[in-house]
Design a protein around this ligand. Structure first.
Ligand code: SF4
Ligand code: SF4
Length: 365
């Protein structure tokens, strides 16, 4: 016998984030039938719609199937009741970031629109405080040189420490998530497998973005994610080289430096990928009836990060008068994307990898 423990607040939260009216689902199962990513055994998302409708939080948070969904929207397109199961699963993922956020206020900070001013103010105050401690909190005279405003040693060490602290705290929550995944039974599917073999399969999936290829309704999602993913990876590599160049006294890089060229190619890839995502969302081609606050927060933060990166580069070469103000804004954007990562929708790169690794290690097809 299954003991039901409805959590009405959780049900309302999912309805608020997704915009779905859960009570209108008639359990026809069409969504599971049309989903190309759903396995034959215990398919999703129909069962998740039951859990959500009953407010069964413990069945949804820590449910690996929620992360096997890649939000292609095919289920929403075919749902005869217009319930939008794709959005319901997306809302569950947002609730998951918040549920496992450690410390808890970080999850609220980046998921509640009313806290956005505080989410911006916090990095602005901390960055200003670090520059003040470095003794350079003033606009330098002469040609633009960002290291005169925020010395490289202070910048690299403080941002590295802050990122490690953020990820270290988030790791506590993610280990709780992993533990909860292990308590989730897949029924009659494969026996418990090896973590590393599961991780190897997931790595291949991520590199090829192969699961996106199975989307029928929104095939453009793969191109957009592909461009953003590899653009971001390229930008990370360039940033690591820039840190190395700063430590060895070779910074700033010339326009003709291969890493500078790679950085500009990465920016173009990000602009293209984010542009497709924005157009798809505005024209609702993503298969979602509506985009949530978390979706837009990540897209806008990444766009501003890329845009401000290009602008401060131009400002340095052209000696713009507001170069340092723009640089400060760019650093706040870096914080938003990198330091807040485990708490925003960007955290899906961690949560999805962990959940898929568990599912694949159990031979979940
Ligand atoms: S969400 Fe829609 S398609 Fe899925 S079971 Fe409910 S009514 Fe049917
Ligand atoms: S959004 Fe796509 S992957 Fe997710 S449940 Fe619906 S059809 Fe399946």
């Amino acid at each position: 016998m299954i003991e039901l423990k409805p959590d009405i607040q959780f049900k309302k939260e999912i309805e608020r984030i997704s915009g779905a009216s859960l009570s209108t689902c008639m359990q026809c199962g069409t969504c599971s039938v049309v989903c190309n990513l759903s396995p034959d055994e215990q398919p999703f998302p129909r069962k998740e719609m039951v859990y959500a409708g009953w407010g069964m939080k413990e069945k949804l948070i820590g449910n690996p199937d929620v992360w096997l969904c890649h939000q292609c929207g095919d289920c929403s397109t075919h749902c005869p009741r217009g319930v939008n199961p794709a959005d319901v699963l997306a809302a569950t993922r947002v609730a998951t970031y918040r549920n496992y956020a450690t410390p808890g206020f970080m999850g609220k900070l980046v998921s509640m629109p009313s806290l956005l001013p505080l989410a911006i103010l916090l990095p602005a105050i901390i960055i200003a405080g670090i520059i003040w401690l470095a003794g350079t909190f003033r606009i330098p005279e002469g040609p633009v040189n960002y290291s005169l405003f925020f010395p490289h040693g202070w910048l690299n060490s403080s941002f590295t420490l802050l990122t490690l602290a953020s990820y270290g705290l988030a790791a506590i929550g993610i280990s709780r998530f992993r533990k909860d995944l292990q308590g989730y039974a897949f029924g009659t599917d494969g026996p418990k497998g090896n973590f590393w073999s599961g991780f190897w399969k997931v790595k291949n999936e991520i590199l090829a973005h192969s699961r996106f290829s199975k989307c029928v309704q929104n095939s453009g999602r793969k191109t957009a994610h592909f461009l953003v993913f590899y653009g971001f990876v390229l930008l990370l590599l360039v940033t690591l080289y820039a840190i190395y160049a700063a430590v060895t006294g070779k910074y700033p890089l010339a326009f003709s430096n291969p890493f500078k060229i790679l950085g500009n190619i990465a920016s173009l890839m990000l602009f293209a990928g984010l542009g497709i995502m924005i157009v798809n969302r505005l024209t609702r081609k993503e298969g979602t009836k509506r985009s949530s606050y978390s979706d837009w927060l990540l897209i806008v933060a990444m766009l501003l990060l890329t845009l401000s990166g290009v602008v401060i580069e131009t400002a340095r070469f052209l000696d713009w008068p507001f170069a340092y103000h723009l640089y400060f804004f760019h650093l706040v954007c870096v914080w938003f994307v990198i330091i807040y990562l485990p708490y925003t929708k960007f955290g899906h790169i961690i949560y999805r990898t962990v959940a898929m690794t568990y599912a694949f290690s159990r031979n979940r097809k």
